[in-house]
Design a protein around this ligand. Structure first.
Ligand code: PMP
Length: 397
């Protein structure tokens, strides 16, 4: 009966994690999955989260189902982070926001919405992108294509090609964009480049779908949301999926949000209703624990400040690791240019290593990164950075 069902080879990123865990090499280093580890190599529990969880534990409140759209405080937190405090579109009730099961859940509900209400639209993702983008949209029966983005030869964005490609797309085609900390390349657009891209999107009446999973890890909370806020100011019909997995270090709690910015409050009511309907028909309502944490941390002034400090601490540690890695590599291989390491933002560095070099790092040194050469810089620390840099030198020689 089930013989015709295809085997699933597993997810390349999650599968690499299993392989890492099973590796007996005492020097092994995990630079595969996009998780932030602190200076001692541990996944942190943020202090602001500990305080919020203490408050939750002390309350004996029952745990009813949450509304389909999640907690109002969670939704408001998404809106303030993405669009800014007192954003005009939010005040005019033009933004439909639901809390979602992580950033992935936001992408999925957004994809289902597009499939149902914009059935002619194709979705274009950057080449390369986070692999699950393609799986999520294609899984909702949307035709997925790629747009030119990264030039491995020069370690930079193929900006002109990207812009000309956008101008060939059809009205209401969806372009999936990473407002900051591009995954997997770490290479972002400048604000001036965003202005140009958004003008082309506006001119050709495309739908920008902004997926922001690393807000706060690039420059700062506000600058990282530049593209989103600019698109809203221009009056574009913006979709935004956001994730709190990384910036609250709440990976397993599955907290995120989906926001759709509409031209009028009436349209926002309709869109919000349909998002609720989709949630109801897929998983009914989101889990509550992470939602309470988001609500408490983001809406309590002191905890919010503390959170920003903690996010910037993570950001700064990654930047320090980039500098340290670059300086060892430059010292040992002076003929090569490693500037790209510090030009990239966020957790990832596209190292440009060949799949063979990545495989050697794994088999000879127990260093795990994605075969497309993506390294999670947040897995580096003072105890492993020389080991990793020297191993990279060995495979690059
Ligand atoms: N978008 C991007 C660009 C990501 O990197 C990730 C996480 N790797 C997600 C979305 C999904 O976020 P979450 O883990 O919260 O589902």
């Amino acid at each position: 009966m089930f013989e015709r069902i295809d085997y699933y080879a597993g997810d390349p990123i999650l599968g690499l994690m299993d392989k890492f865990l099973a590796d007996p090499n005492p020097n092994k280093v995990n630079l595969g999955i996009g998780i932030y580890y602190d200076a001692s190599g541990k996944m942190p529990v943020l202090d602001c989260v500990k305080i919020a969880e203490q408050r939750i534990a002390e309350s004996t409140a029952p745990r009813p189902y949450l509304p389909m759209a999640g907690l109002p405080g969670h939704r408001q937190a998404c809106q303030e982070l993405l669009f800014g405090k007192n954003a005009q579109a939010v005040q005019e009730n033009r933004v439909a926001t639901i809390a979602t099961i992580g950033g992935s859940g936001a992408l999925k509900v957004g994809a289902e919405f597009i499939h149902q209400w914009f059935p002619q639209s194709k979705c274009y993702v950057s080449d390369p992108t986070w692999g699950n983008h393609i799986a999520i949209f294609a899984g909702s029966d949307i035709e997925v294509g790629t747009y030119p983005y990264y030039d491995s030869a020069s370690n930079s964005v193929k900006f002109d090609e990207m812009v000309s490609f956008f101008s060939t797309l059809n009205r209401n085609d969806v372009v999936l964009l990473h407002p900051c900390c591009h995954n997997p390349t770490g290479m972002d657009l400048t604000q001036a480049q965003w202005d140009t891209v958004l003008e082309v999107i506006q001119k050709h009446e495309l739908i920008p779908f902004m997926d922001i999973a690393y807000q706060g890890f690039g420059e700062d909370i506000d600058s990282d949301a530049y593209a989103i806020r600019k698109a809203v100011d221009m009056g574009l019909p913006v979709f935004v999926s956001n994730s709190f997995s990384k910036n609250l270090s709440l990976y397993g709690e599955r907290v995120g949000g989906l926001s759709i910015v509409c031209p009028t409050p009436d349209e926002a009511v309709r869109v919000f209703g349909q998002l609720n309907f989709l949630v109801r028909s897929i998983y009914s309502s989101p889990p509550s624990h992470g939602g309470y944490v988001v609500d408490i941390v983001m809406n309590d002034e002191a905890l919010h400040q503390q959170w920003m400090g903690e996010v910037y601490g993570m950001r700064d540690r990654i930047k320090a690791m980039r500098l340290a890695l670059k300086s060892v590599l430059e010292a040992k291989l002076p003929e090569r240019n490693f500037d790209y390491i510090t030009r990239q933002n966020g957790m990832f560095s596209f190292t440009g290593l060949t799949p063979e070099q990545v495989a050697r790092l794994q088999s000879e040194f127990g260093i795990y990164m994605i075969s497309n050469s993506r390294m999670c810089v947040a897995g580096l620390n003072a105890s492993n950075i020389d080991y990793v840099a020297n191993a990279m030198v060995e495979v690059l020689k």
